[in-house]
Design a protein around this ligand. Sequence first.
Ligand SMILES: Nc1ncnc2c1ncn2[C@@H]1O[C@H](COP(=O)(O)OP(=O)(O)O)[C@@H](O)[C@H]1O
Ligand SMILES: N[C@@H](CCC(=O)OP(=O)(O)O)C(=O)O
Length: 394
Amino acid sequence: MSSSSSASLSALLPSDAWEVVRQARRIVVKVGSSLVTNNGQGVDEQAIDEWCRQLSRLVHGDDGNEKREVIVVSSGAIAEGMKRLGMSQRPRELHELQAAAAVGQMGLVQMYETKLRKYALGSAQVLLTHADMADRERYLNARVTLLTLLKQAIVPVINENDTVVNDEIRFGDNDTLAALVANLVVADLLIILTDQPGFYTADPRKDPHAQKVETARAGDPSLEQMAGGAGSAVGTGGMLTKILAARRAARSGASTLIAWGREPDVLPRLLLGQEHIGSLLVAPLHKLQARKQWIADHLQVHGAVVIDAGAVLKLTQEGKSLLPIGMVAVKGRFSRGDVISIQAENGREVARGLANYNQKEARLLCRHASTDIETLLGYVAENEMVHRDNLVLV
Ligand SMILES: Nc1ncnc2c1ncn2[C@@H]1O[C@H](COP(=O)(O)OP(=O)(O)O)[C@@H](O)[C@H]1O
Ligand SMILES: N[C@@H](CCC(=O)OP(=O)(O)O)C(=O)O
């Protein structure tokens, strides 16, 4: 759709909005049920093959850009399970939905595994719930697992852990899950692939005058008025969950693109940022500002670590993580995942961040190299006491 026939809600958007898309290095791609399952006909092999081919171009850097890190959040387990169990209609009973999801997830990941391998990419299955993201220890565990996979150019394929959830499976909320994952790994961009060319001023299935929104500000309340429910029998969240997901992703500085998953070469073309296919919902804050605000706004400080002058410089001048070697003392009680204050030896607070180790462990780690962590604790959660992504200077 040309820009003349598209709705413009772009007042006050950062002028470099599409530049952020072009430069995105870490991307979460969400694929909805309506696409993966070809309208409820089980997993669509050809479609998954095509996305995996495109993903491999991004991860291998074959699209003429630098290599990118990609996480896939894919729906489709219930629809595939329904097909395998011979169900013609989406079951109403929770336990039947859960059983269908458990059966279908096998087919879904098998397909991704086969296709990603075909294009020389490793894959990993990760099943998560919203509650996992709310628990700070699980949050950090999921985060470090995903980052470890990305470092090895493996594509994590995520779905909800439908066996153990209630609301999510009823309402189908992989849009929210994808946004939470974007927050978790501090992605640059969330791409939501669906069965429409983008986000419209009204549901295009119902309103022939609906216009595609080319760019808007993620979190703009007027978008919620335009978003309707799911248009197909297999899709569940509709556009509202996508708009809310964009708002959530923006909290960690990720912009969101909503686009038609069957558009030829949709992923590389979106990332070229030239044709403006899809709808771009721009995060008002950049990643670092957003992270800073999030840590400052949402979390209570639990304890403190005191660091030496060298570590103060590393954090404040070089933007580095806090390593155990720079710690000289530990104050108060805290658990892994709590926000701690990071103080200079004169008591001045220099930063705050999420602790990777609890206070007992932190005491043992003071003044030691990261290579000693395993000997001292018997395991290694992470090499840093506080990773720089989880740290804000004050
Ligand atoms: N403002 C809107 N713009 C585009 N699509 C809309 C809008 N409001 C509602 N929809 C409906 O949302 C559907 C996509 O959501 P959904 O069916 O949940 O897909 P998915 O399975 O990809 O999550 C579209 O098919 C469309 O009918
Ligand atoms: N976990 C469910 C996801 C359902 C879901 O969120 O669907 P959708 O809104 O189409 O992305 C499944 O795999 O079927």
